[in-house]
Design a protein around this ligand. Structure first.
Ligand code: FAD
Length: 484
């Protein structure tokens, strides 16, 4: 293979949403004049999708329970997942959250309290509901208001989310709002979580407006004006969407459309360089010659594969920390269930010291998740708060979660089924300095070797798809830059 024609063959290791999307964008590149490009995707499991996995439980009524093992939706403000869904012809299959019932509760000294109306992420933008809310003490509210007067930090140094929120809004806002809501998304510890890798917009707002409250009020007004301007075009998109039959629909459609060499149940075991490219040794001993590699797998797996090929990159990859988490879904009959379920669920601050981290009221959050007359709940456990929960046996785990649901919601109705999903070493931690670590990893990678996915530049599904797109652009740019 001549240098000028590189890279006609790309091997993608990992068949989660990132790896599958890399295949998709390579395929799209053929229409842009890269007709000879072809690719192989290797997935070690017997199914595609990685952390995305939906189960359908029939036999309880007019429709199945739709049970998500991992992600239950994706954010639409970051456009990449929505764009992919539309390009795959899935627009009609999108399922928005039930926004007329959007209310999130926070557990506060054992009682579920609604988040005040007008809260943008963690910042109050409506005065009256915030002042009336019992969630934050009067002193805590005053401290949050000081944000309007505290001088802004202007440099570009990273800091932890915990330091940032305490600095601007005070400790109570951190404990009761930011930690359960924002660190919860990342299964992270606020004192370690990188502000710049997870919520860079906060720093940007601080710099531009001198205050989070002023900045968020301004952006809420701008969004309202934009929504009014566009209201004739189409209905505003819900902030989170899924698909009618669950997140698995995205994976299934993507796989149907991929025309490359897609191999299930095949793991990459070793990587070697060869003239002008690489050799991938598969777990059955066969070898695959390739010109470019995309590692869309956990960073510790990437480290192992790169140990002899790129020891420096491997060492750096090992520095990304992971935690293990899990979810448990429980189905109920509605006529036995004594709770209004008047919201999307409850987030639980670390300071409450409970065995679970959050509860989603799935059948309120989405339509079509439980048969008529039934209810579906999901609890999250594990992470740094309660690592032991992930290794707790099924029966004990169910009893603990039932005790927590009884204590938090007062619900003791018998469940019809439970489904437990454990994710070992599955949640990468974006500790302070994360973006610097990722840049150093990328700089240490050999030519035409790429890493992409949740350990690097965003854990959410849209971010993973975006990274896939950017990786393909890098591959194409390198190719276009080569002299013929
Ligand atoms: C419980 C949970 C809930 C979540 N909820 C949401 C949510 O609601 N919304 C959202 O946007 N995101 C959510 N996320 C995050 C999101 O699901 C993940 O970040 C994303 O799916 C990761 O995709 P990926 O392709 O990068 O990695 P993965 O899905 O981990 O895929 C990597 C794949 O590589 C394979 N692999 C590993 N090593 C090899 C090898 N040597 N050879 C071949 N194959 C290999 C693995 O088997 C796996 O299939 C959640 C995550 C979890 C765990």
């Amino acid at each position: 293979m001549s240098e000028a024609s590189l890279p006609p063959h790309v091997t993608i290791i990992g068949g989660g949403i990132t790896g599958l999307s890399v295949g998709w964008f390579l395929q799209q590149a053929r229409h842009k004049g890269f007709a000879d490009l072809h690719y192989t995707i290797l997935e070690k499991a017997e199914r595609w999708g990685g952390k995305i996995s939906t189960d359908w439980l029939a036999g309880y009524g007019d429709a199945p329970f739709v049970v998500e093992a991992g992600p239950d939706s994706f954010i639409t403000q970051k456009p990449w997942a929505l764009d992919l869904a539309r390009n795959l012809g899935l627009e009609e299959r999108l399922l928005p959250t039930n926004d007329e019932r959007r209310q999130v509760f926070v557990l506060n000294h054992g009682t579920a309290m609604p988040l005040p109306d007008g809260l943008q992420l963690i910042v109050p933008t409506k005065f009256a509901p915030f002042v009336r809310s019992p969630l934050i003490s009067p002193l805590g509210k005053l401290r949050m208001g000081l944000d309007l007067f505290i001088s802004a930090r202007k440099d570009d140094e990273d800091e932890s989310l915990g330091e940032f929120v305490t600095r601007r809004l005070g400790a109570e806002a951190l404990d009761k709002i930011a930690e359960p809501l924002l660190s919860g998304i990342y299964n992270a510890e606020a004192e370690k979580q990188s502000l710049l890798a997870t919520f860079p917009r906060f720093r940007q707002i601080e710099k531009e407006h001198g205050s989070l409250i002023r900045g968020m009020v301004a952006s809420r007004r701008a969004e309202t004006r934009l929504a009014q301007f566009h209201s004739g075009d189409r209905r505003p998109m819900s902030m989170f969407v899924s698909f009618q039959n669950g997140m698995q629909e995205l994976v299934t459609r993507l796989c149907e459309r991929l025309d490359g060499d897609c191999r299930l149940g095949v793991a990459a075991r070793a990587l070697d360089s060869r003239t002008g490219g690489y050799t991938v040794t598969l777990d059955d001993g066969r070898r695959l010659a390739t010109d470019a590699l995309v590692l869309a797998i956990p960073s510790y797996d990437a480290a192992q594969l790169l140990q002899s090929l790129a020891p420096d990159a491997a060492r750096k990859l090992e520095s990304i920390r992971y935690v293990s988490t899990g979810t448990i879904s429980l189905g109920f009959r509605a006529d036995q269930f004594d709770h209004p379920l008047d919201g999307f669920g409850i987030v639980i601050p670390r300071t409450e010291e409970r065995a679970i981290n959050a509860l989603t009221w799935t059948s309120t959050k989405f339509a079509r998740r439980a048969p008529d007359g039934h209810i579906l709940l999901r609890a999250f456990f594990g992470g740094s708060r309660s690592p032991h929960m992930v290794t707790t046996g099924d029966n004990e785990l169910v009893s603990i979660v039932r005790r927590e649901i009884a204590a938090i919601m007062g619900v003791t109705a018998p469940h019809l089924f439970s489904r437990i999903y454990r994710y070992f070493d599955a949640n990468p931690q974006y500790d302070v300095g994360h973006l610097g670590r990722v840049a150093a990893i990328e700089a240490a990678l050999p030519q035409n070797v790429f890493v992409a996915g949740s350990p690097y530049r965003g854990i959410g599904i849209p971010d993973c798809i975006h990274q896939a797109q950017q990786t393909v652009e890098s591959i194409l740019n390198r190719r276009a830059a080569r002299p013929a």
